[in-house]
Design a protein around this ligand. Structure first.
Ligand SMILES: *Cc1c(COP(=O)(O)O)cnc(C)c1O
Length: 387
């Protein structure tokens, strides 16, 4: 028996691997401080759960339209207008099984055999794998800490070839916490426009920005950019709804149609009653979003302060998401070796940067309580000073 080529080129998710190792240690009774989480530690707000339960009780349990229930697509259309200055008609919106699925659908719809996709590193680890799955080739652009881990227009330009089909921009970014400014997006947009490159803009951390930094949607900058951009967003990070598996994209009509076709033959769309919960998230009280954001902010400031005070550890203050990327190259260990020793000896779980295409760093998530953060950083500091 042999597997198809495409399944032999994918590597399993390293973030999940670390997480399961930490969980296994916990199960053995070891007191592990985990900074590995890729999801909010908060529960989904009650009114969202209530709307879903209500829908279930009312028998809203049949197949839903593959691109999403009409009232949710309408609410997303309004959200895009209100939050992002973006005009997407409901027909330009496809609701999928998480923003991850929206990204995959977009890539499957646009990227073909041999097409190149420019991805700034450190990147969210699924992007290159999705591109490979589509038969394309990821072109990784290493960004610099001194540029705030952001790809410059020059770096983007030098990664282009006649085969470049798409660029992926993730702002606020995972794992870097970087948020691109309007000017930086405009500069990248110019490069994309000159060669007609499709922009996949993953805006899942939109609601999590700090220090008065504002999220900007690249598609809102001009009509020309709008016509080239696929805007991806979802409910997982803003509303603590990771397990619900609901995300969405807004795109030019032709792309939205292609995405819907793919989806209609694969998942048939997402869970009917979960979409009612998502609808309540958009329509209901938004204060839980701000409550979670300000709690993340307190942790972020604490983490940055502590990490900065440790010799040989370098951090760029993250402006968004819920991660701090720490440069640990001063210790002369690979990121995997560093993370393995830290977990094995000091029972602290971080994700090695190699998972994100950068071996100089490790990622700390602060989607965990301040108590665990404090204890974990005490241990981390002890580990660093012992090296
Ligand atoms: C968490 C995450 C997603 C996926 O979110 P889901 O909606 O849960 O699929 C997408 N992009 C980035 C950068 C993420 O960190």
């Amino acid at each position: 028996m042999s597997l198809a080529h495409r399944s032999t080129i994918l590597s399993p998710s390293l973030t999940l691997a670390i997480d399961s190792k930490a969980k296994a240690m916990k199960a053995e009774g070891i007191d592990v401080c985990s900074f590995g989480a890729g999801e909010p530690d908060f529960d989904t707000p009650e009114h969202i759960k209530a709307a879903c339960i209500e829908a279930l009780k009312a028998g809203f349990t049949k197949y839903a339209p593959s691109s999403g229930i009409p009232e949710l697509r309408q609410a997303i259309s309004e959200k895009f207008k209100k939050d992002n200055e973006l005009d997407y008609k409901p027909s330009q919106i496809v609701v999928s099984n998480g923003a991850k699925h929206s990204c995959l659908n977009a890539i499957l719809a646009c990227v073909g055999e041999g097409d190149e996709v420019v991805i700034p590193a450190p990147y969210w680890l699924s992007y290159p794998e999705m591109v490979r799955l589509a038969g394309g080739e990821p072109i990784i652009v290493e960004t610099k800490a001194e540029n705030g881990w952001k790809m410059t227009a020059e770096e983007f330009e030098s990664a282009m070839s006649p085969r470049t089909k798409m660029v992926i921009i993730n702002s606020p970014g995972n794992p870097t916490g970087a948020v691109y400014t309007r000017e930086e997006l405009a500069a990248l947009g110019e490069v994309a426009l000159a060669e007609d490159i499709i922009i996949l803009s993953d805006e899942i951390y939109e609601k999590l920005t700090y220090d008065d930094v504002k999220h900007v949607s690249i598609a809102s900058l001009s009509k020309e950019l709008y016509d080239l951009t696929i805007t991806v967003n979802g409910f997982s990070k803003s509303y603590a709804m990771t397990g619900w598996r609901i995300g969405y994209l807004g795109a030019p009509e032709a792309i939205a149609k292609a995405v819907d076709a793919i989806q209609s033959h694969s998942t048939s769309g997402c869970t009917s009653f979960a979409q009612k919960g998502a609808l309540a998230a958009l329509k209901g009280d938004q204060s839980p979003v701000e409550d979670m954001r300000s709690e993340f902010d307190i942790r972020r400031q604490y983490m940055v302060e502590r990490l900065t005070s440790i010799p040989k550890v370098k951090v760029v203050t993250p402006q968004g998401a819920f991660y701090v990327l720490a440069d640990i190259s001063g210790f002369g260990l690979s990121s995997t070796n560093f993370a393995d020793r830290l977990l094995g000896k000091h029972h602290v779980a971080v994700v090695p940067g190699i998972a994100f295409g950068d071996d100089r760093t490790v990622r700390f998530s602060y989607a965990t309580s301040l108590d665990i953060i404090k204890k974990g950083l005490d241990r981390f500091e002890e580990f660093c000073r012992s090296l």
